[in-house]
Unconditional design. Structure first.
Length: 276
């Protein structure tokens, strides 16, 4: 695998093109109470600028329609903030039940002015441990997410909430080596066909203290198979605390490790919601 090379502050891909896609398209705010009080829009913008982020996506959860008014508050904060970073208004979607739907449609998108949506599965939907079933259910939802025309980015493939495994006393999912290669290939192919970006997620997958040190190497191998199919990738910190925004740097390093040029890194086609 080609890792590109660095010269001074500028990094280059293997063809010698500068790599400038320093984005973060997955962040949470204090408004939905999933992120903590450090994740205010003004603080996020300052931290993004410090990290060298050039495009920042605000993507708080919309798990149920009744949370929509909270997204109005996020928009008001973005309207008020001074920024040196381009800001995009997005949303993160979660399935309402196994093989369920997202709390999202064109009307919701247009009412709130969401410029993009990221989405995916956030549970095993199982009562009893069965590794094969766990993977099959994830894969099925991954493909369904890609097929959904309202979703731009599939979030954090094969992330799981560790608390759930611990509570059930299940063996922790500490490696993606158990994911069949055929699933990785199919995901990459469907992502390419549907023009959905596959997310490289800082906090959930790459910088997660719940995982052993070798997890990231295995995850890189998995992503490399997905990448061979020619799909786009999105990068994001998934920060819920301001200190975790720096995990986006691990996603940029992964992009270099995979040898992905800038034109394989997704960003919304539209102008920013708020320009730097
Ligand atoms: Zn998520
Ligand atoms: Zn998230």
């Amino acid at each position: 695998m080609d890792v590109g090379f660095a010269y001074g502050l500028h990094r280059f891909d293997r063809k010698g093109n500068p790599m400038t896609a320093r984005y973060d398209f997955h962040t949470h705010t204090v408004h939905l109470k999933c992120a903590n009080e450090t994740m205010t829009i003004p603080a996020m913008v300052v931290e993004a600028a410090r990290l060298g982020v050039t495009k920042l996506g605000i993507t708080d959860h919309l798990n149920t329609f009744d949370k929509l008014p909270l997204h109005e508050c996020i928009r008001a904060d973005i309207d008020a903030v001074e920024t040196s970073v381009d800001i995009y208004l997005g949303v993160e979607l979660n399935y309402m039940g196994c093989d369920g739907e997202f709390a999202y449609n064109e009307e919701t998108r247009d009412k709130l002015g969401f410029q993009f949506a990221i989405g995916g599965i956030h549970a095993t939907y199982l009562k009893e441990y069965d590794l094969g079933k766990i993977i099959d259910i994830q894969h099925r939802h991954h493909l369904a997410t890609c097929e959904n025309p309202l979703v731009d980015v599939l979030v954090h493939p094969y992330w799981f909430g560790k608390y759930h495994f611990d509570r059930e006393e299940w063996p922790w999912f500490d490696s993606v080596a158990c994911v069949p290669e055929s699933y990785a290939r199919e995901l990459g192919q469907v992502a390419k066909e549907t023009n959905t970006a596959i997310e490289i997620n800082g906090s959930a997958n790459l910088v997660n203290s719940g995982n052993p040190p070798e997890y990231v190497d295995g995850y890189a191998d998995y992503l490399a198979i997905v990448a061979e199919q020619g799909c786009l990738f999105s990068v994001g910190s998934d920060a819920h605390d301001i200190k975790r925004m720096s995990t986006v740097e691990a996603t940029w390093a992964m992009v270099e490790r995979l040898g992905l040029p800038d034109d394989r890194i997704w960003s919304p086609k539209c102008a920013p919601y708020k320009r730097a």
